[in-house]
Design a protein around this ligand. Structure first.
Ligand code: ZN
Length: 248
């Protein structure tokens, strides 16, 4: 079925409005549907009524009665939505070409995405990514562009959060100097970072760090005395509890 088509260069002045003879006819003139206003009845065609509609963009279009309920504009709405989407995608594309973008997105992921491989060292340790920086543009405003590929996003206090007053662009040397020094444990000639050992043995890193670095316990004692809140720095236990035996 061919839909009645609109003559070219049609203006309201030369529209020919029809009169319907149908019994159940309801005049839609004046109805507003999205950007469209129904100007008047045009004609009946194959048992359907057709209406002239004026779009807010100035175009005149012809729609059937059922079309009135499915349509919001002459087509300009879809074009506008599409154009807006293109602009957004393009803006995102430009952003992701910014050298700071990678640093931003990976830091944000480390803090907010539990599926990130590094999450346990960041979000999992309570390190947060500031709300304002969820918008990349805000981040770029505060931090400026990453000076070069040698620089990375560094937290001045490594236990602090990702936020404007705790972040800077730094080269790795500057970064490692303020990082918690990693504790190496040597057992039977094998040297392993404490963090790795703790993960492997399922031990609480903070507790082991405290025992070995602060309290100067030897590793065997640190690993075998059960972790309890009431343990004194001397290792004396007040309560009972099985001693964890680990074969090292
Ligand atoms: Zn339009």
């Amino acid at each position: 079925m061919a839909k009645p088509s609109l003559p070219k260069n049609l203006s309201i002045d030369n529209l020919v409005f029809g009169v319907s003879a149908a019994n159940n006819f309801r005049d839609r003139t004046g109805d507003v549907l999205g950007r469209l206003t129904v100007l008047g009845f045009k004609e009946s065609f194959e048992k359907k009524s057709y209406w002239y509609c004026l779009c807010s963009c100035g175009a005149i279009t012809v729609l059937s009665t059922s079309g009135l309920h499915k349509t919001q504009s002459c087509g300009c709405l879809a074009r506008d939505v599409h154009a807006e989407r293109c602009r957004t995608v393009l803006a995102k594309h430009h952003q992701s070409n910014s050298p700071a973008y990678y640093s931003w997105s990976s830091a944000r992921s480390r803090c907010n995405n539990p599926k990130d491989k590094q999450y346990f060292r960041y979000g999992g340790r309570g390190i947060t990514f500031c709300e304002r920086w969820n918008n990349f543009a805000n981040f770029l405003d505060d931090m400026g562009e990453r000076p070069s590929g040698k620089f990375s996003l560094d937290r001045i206090d490594s236990n602090g959060n990702y936020e404007p007053n705790n972040c800077r662009w730094a080269v790795p040397i500057q970064q490692s100097s303020n990082r918690r020094r990693s504790v190496l444990i040597t057992f039977e000639g094998k040297t392993t970072p404490l963090s790795v050992l703790c993960r492997r043995l399922g031990l609480n890193y903070q507790a082991m760090y405290r025992r070995i670095v602060k309290w100067k316990w030897d590793a065997h004692k640190a690993f075998t005395v059960p972790v309890r809140k009431h343990i004194e720095p001397t290792g004396e236990r007040r309560g009972g509890g099985a001693v964890l035996r680990i074969k090292l």
